[in-house]
Every structure is written in C-alpha cells, then in structure tokens.
Design a binder for this molecule. Structure first.
Ligand code: SAH
Length: 233
C-alpha cells in the first residue's frame, strides 16, 4: 500500500475514542456536518442512492447520509476510527451502513462504478498522492454520478486561519493536524478531476465564524472549500 501516510493514520487512530464528542478535536467536523449534508443532498439527492464515503473516520458524515440514502459504505485505513464508527452506528441502530478498511484505489479495482455518489471530505490533504484518490473516485462512481470533495486551499490566508488560527490560537485542532504543503488549491483539484473524467459542477467556500462557532456556505473559497463534480456519462 503506497498512497498512505502512516503518521496521519496514527494521529487519527489515537484520537478516535473522542470522535463523537462534540467538544473534542473533532468539533469542526461536527459543526460543518449539517451544512455539507444539506449541500450534498440538495445537489445530488441522497434518497435511493448507494453512497461511498472515502476517509470516513468515525462516521460523522457517513451516518448522517445513511439517514437519507439507501445504503452507505464508509472506508478508511485508521482501524480505531473504523471501530468507533461501527460501534456508533450499532448504538444508533443504523443498519444501512457498512464500514470497511480498504484503500480507495483497492476498492476501485474491486467494485468499479458501483456507487451513485462518492464523498471524500477533509481527507485529500492527509494523503501523499491526492490525485490518485481523485482517480479512484472517478472509477468508483457510476457514469453521471456525483463526487464531492472538501479540503483546504493553499495560500497565506489558509495558512493563517487553517493552521495558526485553528491549531494555535483557537485550539480547535491539535497542533500538527494539518501540513501546509499538503493543502490543495481549487484549481489543482479541478485539474485532477478533469483529468480523471470528472466534470466540475460547482465549488463553494465554507466560512467559519469563531464567535458563533458556525460554518456557513460562501463564495469565498480561500480557506475551507467544497467541490462537486460528475463523472462524464
Ligand atoms: N471524512 C471524515 C473524516 C475526516 S478526518 C469527515 O469529514 O468527517 C480524515 C480522515 O482521513 C481520517 O479518518 C483518516 O484516517 C483518513 N485517512 C487519512 N489517510 C487516508 C488514506 N490514505 N486512506 C483512507 N483514509 C485516510
């Protein structure tokens, strides 16, 4: 397995038991969850869909999507995070969800074009070769199906807000959560998508207000952003 940073996985594994604690390091994911869920559902319609969530972690988004979709498969390579995800789904009585420890590239070879909708949120900035994950998304989704990404832009502002602000000033995230060099410009992500046969549908910014601790959608993609695309039919 080459497209993996073991240090990244152990970072998420060590924190895994706090994944569903809204006041933990995972608070930003909880805070952005309703927003991204609605955005995905509005664009693609989750009802009746077979969904794949890549880099699902403890399952915050996977479980929320399972409430609306026909079936959700969550994949990740952090064993402990998957354990937490399975336990939480069981405790919540969610039955249309399955978690698997498998790389996106491996699953793509095993189940090509098997999913109506693929999500890959806050994950690309943690892998050595994000373009390879983007290609795997294109191989996993059916023609005409939707793929959703979210990640962090790479510029002075995202360094200031995404690392200095979030990890050092507000302490929303543990120090070392993000590495600036791995941040991805929307133009770079869009180019990888196009090369993989994914047509860009839209990009939106996700702005964080530290006073209200709320995320909202905006036209400003300079820090956190979402990108939606569809596999060319
Ligand atoms: N997508 C989830 C979790 C984001 S945290 C959410 O938005 O709520 C980032 C996740 O990416 C972690 O669970 C981490 O284990 C996972 N990850 C990092 N590298 C990975 C890789 N190479 N393959 C699969 N998952 C990976």
């Amino acid at each position: 397995m080459s497209n993996v940073d073991p240090q990244e996985l152990s970072k998420f594994g060590e924190l895994a038991h706090r994944w569903w604690d809204r006041n933990s390091e995972f608070r930003p994911l909880h805070d952005m969850n309703p927003l991204r869920l609605e955005w995905i559902d509005t664009l693609a319609g989750l009802a009746g869909k077979r969904v794949l969530d890549i880099g699902c972690g403890g399952g915050i988004l996977s479980e929320a999507m399972a409430g609306r979709a026909e079936h959700v498969t969550g994949i990740d390579l952090a064993t402990k995070a998957l354990g937490v995800a399975r336990l939480h789904a069981m405790e919540s009585g969610v039955e249309n969800i399955e978690y698997r420890e498998v790389a996106a590239e491996t699953l793509a070879a095993e189940a090509p074009h098997r999913f109506d909708l693929v999500t890959c949120m806050e994950m690309l900035e943690h892998v050595p070769d994000p373009a390879s994950v983007v290609r795997a998304c294109a191989e996993l989704v059916r023609p005409g199906g939707w793929v959703f990404f979210s990640t962090l832009n790479r510029n002075a502002k995202s360094f200031l807000f995404g690392i200095v602000g979030a990890e050092y000033l507000l302490r929303l995230l543990p120090k070392g959560t993000h590495e600036y060099a791995r941040f991805i410009r929307p133009s770079e992500l869009a180019a990888w998508c196009r090369a993989a046969g994914l047509d860009l549908a839209t990009t939106r910014g996700m702005e964080y207000n530290p006073l209200t601790r709320r995320f909202s959608l905006s036209d400003d993609c300079s820090v956190n952003y979402l990108l939606a695309c569809r596999l060319r039919p």
